[in-house]
Design a protein around this ligand. Structure first.
Ligand code: COA
Length: 353
């Protein structure tokens, strides 16, 4: 096998197929994970305004894509300093190519791209369930490069069940098959929170949305600094949904999300609320979550999910009707001299693709 490690060469189709095929072959029926379709990859990876082929490190066997490690360059605020860094995700190696060092070779390449660009840190997610392949792999990586690897914080998943029958049937554990029926008893805005009145996002909303996101992230130990063009891709794309709340014609907050299939024991349609920020306190935030959750449910979401690396307002999530779950995920910092400087239990504010 003549393996070649380098930047991504394709149009997104083989990347979606590799990731979905690898994760289905490895984790189908054992763990929850999103099923990336071509359109999702078109938004999050291939969008011309953010496409960065060098940081999408891939392994090729001839023309066949057999491995990938996705990176996106971004500025990160770490403590009080703003540094160039990256987001890392979806390390995947085709099952027929495992245990030959492909993942380590891709990480080494990613590390050398980080060095040549002066990137100080990357953040990502991994499953820390005892005995999981991921845990074993990353523990091994941490032993190899202890000066550039740290598990930093807990990652929580907040869920609002819309279709308890579908979610229970997709459950992987007794709790997941039983819990959705209980979860569904919690209505949207169950303690009197009404859904905010919203309208679709417009270009002119960008500066206000940037301000709200930035302010929310300032409570984190490590915060992604959204550039205006990057936030525009997030908020204004056919794959994304963005709702802006107004009072007497004046915007005061927004929510942003999308729909995607997830694999559990069966496939379910999940609505993600990825960004949600604005003026006002707990009640205002809860009303944004309710509006976004209802809109995603109306489009077919069987469950609505908010991911939380420590910065989401918990009181608002509870008030809106979300319940916390432990997906056994933790955030990790790697690939740079700042990777070991984050506090244990660091709170992160950045999207995880
Ligand atoms: C996790 C994953 C990416 C690892 O890919 P891989 O290419 O098999 O990984 P490597 O070969 O580089 O390293 C895996 C192991 O093989 C060992 N290895 C490396 N080269 C080897 C070789 N030539 N011969 C035998 N073993 C070797 C490594 O030491 C490592 O051992 P360890 O797990 O005990 O530390 C792959 O299993 C996968 O895609 N899993 C599904 C998706 C996933 O979980 N991704 C992680 C997301 S956070």
């Amino acid at each position: 096998m003549a393996l070649e490690i380098g930047g991504y060469r394709g149009d997104g189709g083989d990347l979606a197929a590799l990731i979905t095929g690898t994760w289905l072959a490895t984790y189908r029926g054992r763990a929850w994970f999103p099923l990336w379709d071509r359109a999702y990859v078109g938004w999050r990876i291939m969008e011309p305004r953010i496409l960065d082929r060098e940081l999408l490190v891939c392994a090729y066997d001839g023309d066949a894509l057999v491995g990938c490690l996705l990176g996106e360059q971004t500025e990160l605020r770490v403590g009080t300093q703003v540094v160039p860094g990256s987001l890392t995700s979806y390390l995947s190696v085709d099952p027929s190519t495992r245990h030959r060092g492909v993942a380590l070779l891709m990480l080494e390449r990613q590390r050398s791209v980080h060095r040549s660009r002066g990137l100080r840190l990357s953040v990502g997610l991994c499953n820390r369930r005892a005995g999981s392949e991921q845990k074993r792999f990353w523990d091994g990586f941490g032993r190899r490069w202890p000066q550039e690897f740290a598990i930093v914080g807990r990652y929580r998943m907040w869920c609002a069940v819309v279709d308890p029958g579908a979610i229970a049937a997709a459950g992987l554990t007794g709790f997941e098959r039983f819990g959705p029926w209980l979860g569904a008893l919690i209505p949207w805005g169950w303690i009197g929170v009404r859904g905010a009145r919203t309208r679709p996002y417009r270009d002119a909303d960008l500066p206000a949305c940037a301000g709200w996101v930035h302010r929310q992230g300032s409570r984190a130990d490590c915060q992604m600094i959204w550039s205006a063009p990057r936030l525009a891709v997030q908020l204004d794309h056919p794959y994304a949904r963005t709702w802006v709340a107004e009072r007497e014609g004046a915007p005061w907050g927004f929510a942003n999300g999308y729909l995607i299939d997830w694999s559990g024991a069966r496939t379910v349609r999940v609505g993600f609320v990825e960004l949600c920020a604005g003026d006002g306190g707990v009640a205002a935030h809860a009303s944004l979550l309710v509006a976004a959750g209802r809109a995603l449910a109306a489009e077919g979401a069987q469950m609505v999910v908010v991911m939380d690396a420590g910065c989401q307002p918990r009181a608002a999530l509870l008030a809106a009707g979300f319940a916390p779950l432990d997906p056994h995920l933790q955030t990790m910092a790697l690939l740079g001299d700042l990777a070991t400087t984050l506090p244990r239990s660091a709170r992160l504010h950045c999207p995880f693709t």
